[in-house]
Write a protein that binds this ligand. Structure first.
Ligand code: F6R
Length: 608
C-alpha cells in the first residue's frame, strides 16, 4: 500500500529518496514526505498530494543536504490525507523520524497512555504513536528502543526510523508488511519494494517477519525481535524494472488476484475479537440497529455484484429485508426510504458519480448511510460519518479483483455485526462464522492453485463468441461477477444467468460447443444445479463446474471441475470468484488484449 525508502551513504539523500519514491508511485498514494539528517537538524518535509507537490515544497523550504534519510508515500488508513498526517512522523523532541507501512491496531490505547505520560500528538495517525514510543524507550541505543517499541505494537508494520543522535544508522523492522534492504558499495538502501532500489543495486536482503535491521553505510546487521543476530542470504534480483513494479507478475491484475489472501487478512484485521465482530468506527446505536426496517444497497459494476452477495447474507444472518440497486437506477427511482432504513453504498474508489448521487439521495430522503470503500478521504467518506474501509490497498488494474473480495468481507462483517447486535444468531453460530472467516485467506491461496488448469481452459475457449455463467443463490451473484470480468477485459460476449431461469428463454442460445461455467458451491441448491447442468449439456454445452472439494456429483455432471476448499456456504463467493478472475485474465491474455487497461473503461467513473 504505502511506500518506504531509506538511504545511508556518501551522497545527498534527498534526490535518492525522491527517485526511490517515484519508483513506488504506481502503487498509488495520497501524500508524501522525507526526513533527512544533516549536521544541524533532522528536517522533515511532507505534503498531501503528489511527489511534484513534495518537490515544490522542497524548493520553497530548501532541500536538506544530509546523506542519511527516509521517505514515504502514504495511502491513508488512519486519518485523512493531509500534510500533518503524511509521513515521516516525529516525536515531541523532533529528533526522531518514523515511516511506517501497515496498521497498528492498539494505537488508541497506546496513544492514551503516552498522552498521560506527557507526550503531545500532532496527527491523527497510528504511526505517530510509534515515534513517541521510541522517544519513551530511547536510552542511547536506537535498535534497543525500536525493539522495546515493537513489543508494545499489535498489528502489522514495516518501519524505517532515524534519530538525530545516531548519524550513522537507519533502524528498520518488519511484521506482516514487506521490507527489503538494498546493498550498495559504501552505501545502503531501505525500501518496502524492490523497484525502489533497483536503480542502485540488484543485491537485496528480503527482511522477514520478526526482524530488526541496523543499517549503516557499509553494513546491514539483522536481528530477531529478541535481539539475536540473524544470518541472511543475499537475493540477486533478476527482474527488469518494469517487471519489478508488478512484483514479478506480468500484469497488475494478476498481482492483485494473488494479493487477495493478504487483502482479506488486512480487512479482517482488528475486527474480530473474542468471538465477536468489532466495528469501532461505526456510531449506529443499538436502538436504531434493532429498529431497522429495511436496508438498501446501491453500487455500480463489480461493487454492485458484491452488494448482491450482501443482500443474501444480511437477510440470512440478520433477518432484515434488503434491496439492491444499481446506483444509476437508484438515484432516479424514488426509493421508499426513511429514518428507519439504512442505505449502504459500496464503492472501491469512493468517487463513482452515480453512487455518490445515490448517497445524497438516500440522505435527502432521511436514511442513514453506511459507506464501504477502499479510499480514505474519498468523496463518499466526506458525506457520511459511517464508513467501513476495505483494506485492499491501491487497486491499479482497471478490472476490480481484490477490491471485490474485500467488499465481500466488509459485508460479511457488517451482516455478522447486525446479527450480533440484533441477536439473530446464537453465540455459537456467531463463533462458527467468525472461525470460518478467519480461515478464508488460506483457502483463497489454496484456490489460486487452479491457475494452471484455468490457463488450459482459456486456450481452449479463447476464440468462442459467447460464454455463459450460471448459478443459484449466492452462486448467481458470483456468476454475474465472473461474466463481467470476462467481457470487460477479453471482449468475449458473456452472460450470467440464474440457472433456474435458463428455460425461460436463454436455452435458445445454448448450442453445440458453447462453454458454460456452472457454479455449484451452494450445497442446499446442488441438486437443482445438477438438473440445470443436464439441461445445457443436453444441448451440447461444454460445462466447467466450480464446486466444493470432493463433490463427486458435480464431477460426474460436468466436463471439467475446478474445486474450491470447503467453507461455510455463505463464504463461498470469496473463493469461487478466484478461478473466474483467473479465467478472464488468461482469456484476455490469449486474445492479445491490454489486460490492465481495457478499452472504454476507466478506473474511477466520476461522470454520470
Ligand atoms: C469492474 C469495475 C467496475 C467498478 C465500477 C464501480 O471490474 O472495476 O465495474 O466496479 O465502476 O467502481 P467503484 O467501486 O469505484 O464505485
Amino acid at each position: 500500500m504505502c511506500g518506504i525508502v531509506g538511504y545511508i551513504g556518501p551522497q545527498p539523500a534527498a534526490p535518492i529518496l525522491l527517485k526511490g519514491l517515484e519508483k513506488l508511485e504506481y502503487r498509488g498514494y495520497d501524500s508524501a514526505g522525507i526526513a533527512v539528517r544533516d549536521l544541524e537538524r533532522l528536517s522533515v518535509i511532507k505534503t498531501v498530494g503528489r511527489l511534484q507537490d513534495l518537490r515544490a515544497r522542497l524548493e520553497e523550504q530548501g532541500v536538506p543536504q544530509g546523506s542519511l534519510g527516509i521517505g514515504h508515500t502514504r495511502w491513508a488508513t488512519h486519518g485523512r490525507p493531509s500534510d500533518i498526517n503524511a509521513h515521516p512522523h516525529s516525536d515531541c523532541s523532533g529528533r526522531i523520524a518514523v515511516v511506517h507501512n501497515g496498521i497498528i491496531e492498539n494505537y488508541k490505547e497506546l496513544r492514551e497512555w503516552l498522552v498521560e505520560e506527557g507526550h503531545t500528538f500532532k496527527s491523527e495517525t497510528d504511526t505517530e504513536t510509534i515515534a513517541h514510543l521510541i522517544e519513551r524507550f530511547y536510552e542511547g541505543d536506537l535498535v534497543d528502543a525500536v525493539r522495546k517499541t515493537i513489543k508494545r505494537l499489535e498489528g502489522s508494520f514495516a518501519l524505517g526510523v532515524l534519530h538525530f543522535d545516531q548519524p550513522q544508522e537507519i533502524v528498520a523492522a518488519r511484521q506482516h508488511s514487506p521490507l527489503v534492504v538494498g546493498l550498495g558499495d559504501g552505501e545502503n538502501f531501505l525500501a518496502s519494494d524492490i523497484p525502489a532500489v533497483l536503480e542502485h543495486t540488484k543485491k537485496v536482503y528480503i527482511i522477514d517477519d520478526g526482524e530488526v535491521v541496523r543499517l549503516t553505510s557499509d553494513q546491514a546487521e539483522i536481528f530477531d525481535f529478541a535481539g539475536r543476530p540473524v544470518r541472511k542470504e543475499i537475493f540477486e534480483v533478476a527482474w527488469d524494472p518494469v517487471l519489478a513494479e508488478k512484483g514479478g507478475y506480468p500484469h497488475f491484475m494478476l498481482k492483485e488476484i494473488y494479493e487477495q489472501p493478504q487483502a482479506v487478512r488486512d480487512t479482517l484485521q482488528g475486527r474480530l475479537n473474542g468471538g465477536r465482530v468489532v466495528l469501532p468506527d461505526l456510531t449506529l446505536d443499538l436502538a436504531y440497529l434493532r429498529g431497522l426496517r429495511k436496508i438498501f444497497i446501491t453500487a455500480a459494476g463489480t461493487a454492485y455484484h458484491a452488494g448482491i452477495v450482501g443482500k443474501y447474507v444480511i437477510e440470512k444472518l440478520a433477518r432484515i429485508p434488503v434491496e439492491v440497486d444499481l446506483s444509476s437506477e437508484f438515484r432516479y427511482r424514488n426509493p421508499m426510504l426513511g429514518p428507519d432504513c439504512l442505505t449502504i453504498v459500496i464503492s472501491q474508489s469512493g468517487e463513482t458519480a452515480d453512487t455518490l448521487a445515490s448517497l445524497r439521495e438516500a440522505k435527502r430522503l432521511g436514511s442513514k448511510v453506511l459507506a464501504i470503500t477502499n479510499v480514505v478521504g474519498s468523496s463518499v467518506t466526506r458525506e457520511t460519518p459511517e464508513v467501513i474501509y476495505t483494506l485492499a490497498g491501491p487497486e491499479i488494474a482497471v478490472a476490480s479483483t481484490k477490491a471485490y473480495t474485500t467488499q465481500l468481507i466488509a459485508l460479511y462483517l457488517f451482516a455478522l455485526y447486525l446479527a450480533q447486535e440484533r441477536q439473530t444468531l446464537s453465540e455459537q453460530q456467531l463463533a462458527e462464522y467468525i472461525a470460518a472467516l478467519e480461515q478464508l485467506p488460506q483457502a483463497i491461496s489454496a484456490t489460486l492453485s487452479c491457475e494452471e488448469a484455468v490457463v488450459g481452459l482459456a486456450q481452449e475457449f479463447k476464440d468462442k463468441e459467447d460464454i455463459f455463467f450460471i448459478g443459484r443463490g449466492l452462486d448467481y451473484a458470483v456468476a454475474m461477477e465472473g461474466s463481467l470480468k470476462l467481457k470487460e477485459i477479453s471482449y468475449i460476449h458473456a452472460e450470467a444467468y440464474a440457472a433456474g431461469e435458463l428455460k425461460h428463454g436463454t436455452l435458445a442460445l445454448i448450442v453445440e460447443g458453447v462453454p458454460v461455467f456452472a457454479l455449484i458451491t451452494q450445497e442446499s441448491l446442488r441438486d437443482k444445479m445438477i438438473s440445470n447442468i443436464k439441461e445445457v449439456k443436453a444441448r451440447g454445452a461444454t460445462v466447467i463446474g466450480v464446486a466444493n472439494e470432493g463433490d463427486r456429483f458435480a464431477e460426474e455432471a460436468c466436463d471439467q471441475v475446478i474445486f474450491i476448499p470447503r467453507t461455510n456456504e455463505i463464504l463461498t463467493p470469496v473463493l469461487a470468484v478466484a478461478p473466474l478472475q483467473l479465467f478472464a485474465y488468461h482469456a484476455a491474455l490469449a486474445r492479445g488484449c491490454d489486460v490492465d487497461k481495457p478499452r472504454n473503461l476507466a478506473k474511477s467513473v466520476t461522470v454520470e
